[in-house]
Design a protein around this ligand. Structure first.
Ligand code: GLT
Ligand code: MN
Ligand code: MN
Length: 386
């Protein structure tokens, strides 16, 4: 019943299933897997897609012969399992060259190298059929603003993205670009820290029509924000090209927990938003298993991400069909048409009539809303007693 199917578009990154459990305080606890081995695992748990950074697939210092060998084993694993590559991205954060950023580095050689690496990584993504190309600017930020002008940084980032868009068009790759905001980690502050800032920035690009966002649950939660509202804004703008699903407790380090592991209620409202609005782009679980997991438990982690999504999807259908809940919602959103004359587009007459209208302000302030009842019904539904 909660079996993942291709139509759900569930994907995992090579770096998520492949995560070895290394953290700033400790060494790896799980063996590294080859890209092909990760694809077989993704196939085994029933997911649809695998995403990669250039260097998840081909190590940064691989020879041409090694690259060819890795690609052919990866291709065979894709063919054997039917797993596809929906998204690719560039690692612009691990190598020491990017210690002060990639496209926003103060060093013009680093900025050029970042673009060189990205164009080659786009070719690699295209070779495996990726239709979405993600930019997560992990190092694009500062610890001190003494050394970098944020206006220069924004200008350099814009120039790089304009260049990349033209390249994608020139090559006829048919890819869309998705920008992923994060407020901090690994930099003290990362530029364009939230979905809202990214959406505003996109409108300043030459090819804004081919650029959208890749919001991540944990990233908005790290900033203490409401992820559902951020995603709604992206949907409203027609910019939700991709989504990174995971979980995170507020005010903690960058956790990347299994989807639904922590804030089950906001996960429910997120799934409701996506499903009620026909979201049909990839659902990527950008998460990793607890450091305590062994390789077998990593599969439980991956299955858990998808299973929780599908259970929540079923709960959404239940919520939408629940007579008591729907009656409350009808009451909450009731409209007797008395204000129809003032709705819609502006006209001078409408404005004059609205200004002349007498409102019973005291009565308006006495109206309550049954949100306690509705929220409790939602909780009971989620807890399985409805
Ligand atoms: C990295 C980061 C993620 C980004 C990935 C894409 S890599 O793991 O924490 O949020 O989506 O570069
Ligand atoms: Mn993250
Ligand atoms: Mn992410």
């Amino acid at each position: 019943m909660y079996t993942p199917k291709p139509e759900h578009k569930f994907s995992f990154g090579l770096w998520t299933i492949g995560n070895t459990g290394r953290d700033p305080f400790g060494e790896p606890v799980r063996n590294a897997l080859t890209p092909a081995e990760i694809v077989y695992t993704i196939g085994e748990v029933g997911a649809w897609g695998v995403n990669f950074h250039d260097n998840d697939l081909i190590p940064i210092d691989a020879t041409a012969a090694q690259a060819a060998q890795i690609k052919s084993a990866f291709r065979k694993a894709l063919d054997d399992t039917g797993v596809i590559v929906p998204m690719a991205t560039t690692n612009l954060f691990t190598d020491p060259a990017f210690r002060d950023g990639a496209f926003t580095s103060n060093d013009p050689q680093v900025r050029a190298y970042a673009l060189h690496k990205t164009l080659r990584a786009i070719d690699l993504g295209a070779e495996f059929g990726a239709k979405t190309y993600v930019f997560w600017g992990g190092r694009e930020g500062t610890e001190t603003d003494a050394g970098k002008n944020p206006l220069d940084a924004g200008k350099w980032f814009r120039e790089a993205l304009n260049f990349v868009c033209e390249y994608v068009i020139d090559q006829g790759y048919g890819m869309r670009i998705a920008l992923e905001p994060k407020p901090n980690e690994p930099r003290g502050d990362i530029y364009l820290p939230t979905v809202g800032s990214m959406l505003a920035f996109i409108e300043t690009l030459d090819h804004s029509e081919m650029v959208g966002v890749n919001p991540e649950v944990a990233h908005e939660h790290m900033a203490g924000l409401n992820f559902v509202h951020a995603v709604a804004q992206a949907l409203d703008a027609g910019k939700l090209f991709h989504i990174d699903l995971n979980d995170q407790s507020f005010g903690r380090y960058d956790q990347d927990f299994r989807f639904g592991a922590h804030n089950i209620k906001s996960a429910f409202f997120l799934v409701k938003l996506l499903e009620d609005n026909g979201y049909d782009n990839p659902r990527h679980f950008d998460a990793h298993a607890y450091r305590t997991s062994d390789r077998e438990d990593v599969k439980a982690f991956a299955r858990g991400c998808m299973r929780t999504y599908l259970i929540l999807k079923e709960r959404v259908a239940q919520f939408n069909a629940d007579a008591e809940i729907q009656a409350l919602l009808a009451e909450i959103t009731a409209d007797d048409g008395a204000m129809d004359a003032y709705k819609g587009a502006y006209s001078a007459e409408k404005a004059a009539a609205l200004k002349a209208h007498t409102f019973d302000r005291i009565a308006l302030g006495q109206r309550g809303q049954p949100y306690e009842r509705l929220d409790q019904l939602t909780i009971e539904l989620l807890l399985g007693v409805r």
